[in-house]
Design a protein around this ligand. Structure first.
Ligand SMILES: [Zn+2]
Length: 451
């Protein structure tokens, strides 16, 4: 068996791992590169495999850094199956179409402002292609045995977000594990990740490989931020990932308001995508911790603003209020329009709740820049910028280590670290080397591993 690391190495984006036997070729995850330009350019490069010879794709979960390249495969002629959990399919239906729409908008923007070296910049894919690619999806349950040629596989729950899985793949008498993004033991929404079985090799994510989450209670932290904003009479802007963090925030805010820990004030969920995802979340109530009542309350507590006009109308609302909008790393989406309007107001608070990848606007704001560039104009940053890391959907390095020790992995199992920025990968490598006997290495881009 041969594994080629085509993405999700040296970065948290672009996850793609090609697994080849004598007769079968399978791609585990099919993610978009995001963040730095030199990474995004990789989305345009050919894959080191003939797409006609690719037998299947198996997806760990719906986030675009794991699924967003599927429409590109489709555009280039791939018509094989994409195996994934039912909930992941439901989420991809929403996320991929939106991603296509964003690619179209970006291409138009580049064309209008002559920002591209191409006379007529093309989108990587459009919404129509993204929607068409959904026909390839074949959903499976956790623990259901699947087969592609001489490769057998199954999915097991990894926490993180709805439908998220680790993939266990068997071929040539070897068993390989792909961690996918690993969730947390005490996530507010998701159940804990299931420990792994015995493996001959593990590819493990390292997003928080060098960091430990805040041990403070997320409810209390959020309450403190909201109460400060309420007192100052400003606006709380929360850039949120449509899948996972938006629902967690809705649930936390609903709970805090019902308990009287924060004052009642309008909360706008200004993300048509997050609104759809919240509906899907409520449909899969056996997959997470919330009861039916909590799901309904979480949806009732916010005002949905679906249309652009509804979104614009928020500008006329009295302070204080809360706006949750995409995108989570402030790289695009409606949050930017609120930023343009409110970042130079010292009464504004921006609250980040998820990982901010290097090169994104979110990462720069956390670094403490004085101004941010939005749609070509510099906006002074006078708002307070806060972060609650305890709401993260990723295990930190201690939780990852705990997850490994609960597993059936032999002491000296080889582990290839993937899906992390370089400092995180190195941090986790050193930590595991010093504290465990696993044979740990950091995978490089386009590395090839033979088993
Ligand atoms: Zn993820």
């Amino acid at each position: 068996m041969r594994i080629t690391f085509i993405g999700g190495t040296e970065t948290v984006t672009g996850s793609k791992f090609l697994v080849e036997t004598e007769t079968t070729k399978v791609l585990v995850d099919c993610g978009l590169f995001q963040g730095y330009k030199w990474l995004r350019e990789r989305n345009w490069q050919p894959l080191p495999v003939d797409i006609e010879n690719l037998d299947a794709v198996i997806l760990t979960h719906a986030h675009l850094d794991h699924s967003g390249y599927i429409p590109v495969l489709y555009k280039r002629g791939f018509r094989g199956p994409v195996f994934t959990h039912h909930a992941t399919k439901a989420l991809c239906q929403i996320l991929l179409a939106d991603s296509g729409h964003i690619q179209e908008e970006d291409a138009k923007y580049y064309s209008k402002h002559n920002l591209s070296k191409h006379a007529h910049p093309e989108p990587l894919y459009d919404r129509k292609t993204a929607e068409a690619s959904m026909a390839l999806f074949q959903s499976v349950d956790f623990d259901e045995q699947g087969e592609v040629g001489d490769i057998r596989f199954h999915l097991q729950p990894a926490g993180h977000i709805l439908g998220a899985a680790s993939i266990i793949l068997e071929a040539d008498s070897k068993r390989i594990g792909f961690s996918g993004d690993v969730g947390r033991f005490d996530d507010v929404l998701m159940k804990p990740p299931r420990p792994l079985p015995k493996l001959d090799l593990l590819l493990m994510e390292s997003t928080y490989g060098n960091r430990q989450h805040d041990t403070q209670d997320s409810f209390q932290q959020l309450a403190a931020v909201v109460n400060r904003v309420a007192k100052s009479g400003g606006v709380l802007l929360v850039p949120a990932f449509a899948v996972g963090r938006a629902q967690a925030l809705q649930h936390l805010l609903a709970t805090l308001m019902d308990k009287g820990d924060i004052p009642k004030m309008p909360i706008y969920l200004d993300s048509p995508m997050a609104i759809k995802v919240s509906d899907v979340f409520c449909q899969y109530s056996d997959q997470h911790r919330l009861t039916h009542e909590q799901c309904h309350r979480m949806c009732d507590v916010v005002t949905y603003t679906r249309t652009v006009d509804e979104s614009k109308a928020i500008a006329g609302q009295a302070f204080p209020h809360i706006i949750i909008a995409g995108s989570g790393m402030a790289t695009g989406g409606r949050i930017l329009h609120h930023f343009k309007r409110l970042l130079d107001n010292s009464k504004t608070t921006v609250l980040f709740t998820g990982y901010q990848a290097g090169g994104t606007r979110g990462a720069k704001m956390l670094e403490g820049v004085d101004a941010v560039k939005i749609h070509g104009a510099w906006i002074p940053l006078r708002a307070t910028v806060e972060v609650i890391s305890g709401l993260s959907g990723h295990a930190d390095y201690l939780e990852l280590t705990q997850w490994l020790t609960q597993s059936e992995l032999a002491d000296t199992t080889p582990i290839q670290l993937i899906h992390g920025d370089p400092e995180a990968l190195e941090g986790l490598r050193v930590h595991l080397q010093e504290n465990t006997k696993y044979k740990v290495a950091v995978a490089g881009y386009r590395d090839i591993l033979r088993l």
